[in-house]
Design a binder for this molecule. Sequence first.
Ligand code: APR
Length: 238
Amino acid sequence: MALWNGRDIQRIVILTGAGISAESGLKTFRDTGGLWENHDPMEIATPEAFARDPGLVYRFYNARRRQLDEVAPNAAHRALALLAERFAGSVFLVTQNVDDLHERGGSEQVCHMHGELNSMLCAKCTTRQPAASDYDGSTVCPACRLAGGLRPDIVWFGEIPYHMEQIGAELAACDLFIAIGTSGTVYPAAGFVREARFAGALTVEVNLEVSDTSGYFDVQRQGPASVEVPALVTSLLG
Ligand code: APR
């Protein structure tokens, strides 16, 4: 337990978005030059898009997974791992990111609500399998040995994010909710701050700029995640 900003903090929920990985070199979705800028999300990140042009969708996610080899976690990822290790209460980390930078930054528990680039989903045997290299519709599933069923293990628009029950329980019980580097435009994650407030939690936002949900936060720390997150963690660890 920690006394922070006049509150007893025992349970922390942290939500991260593309902004925490920006300084590692991964593009965000909605900033200038962002990932969607040259693509209509509806042509890539929907089940309908995959049915219409699977080749485009495989290429997009294979390229993004390959890019993981060229980037490294930054000080913000590492600071969150340190917080989980040292904080006397509980720290639940939920990310909208499909990269593996939290894990490589030392976090042992990461809830990937939008799936993972390093994973693929087999429609034939309904298992999730590690995606070590490029794959497409002709790739044989390592579990069921059938081709034609593999797709990116990414939660697309119109699909239900993973682990919603567990996330809801964590939000309902938290004393402190921290959102880092997310524009607050995509639900259900954009609604987490209101769920946390409803539970009585103190809410903190770290972002380069004002986001769509900034008005719901008690505390706003404006600046780059690589600076603001380590400072916040130092303050929380007292
Ligand atoms: N430090 C802190 N915040 C930053 C930084 C930084 N260095 N760089 C950018 N940001 C902020 C931006 O100001 C913006 O508010 O990060 C946010 C990134 O927003 P988005 O690109 O919309 O990313 P995110 O909120 O994670 O998107 C949510 O949308 O397309 C879907 O599934 C995709 O998970 C993704 C979801």
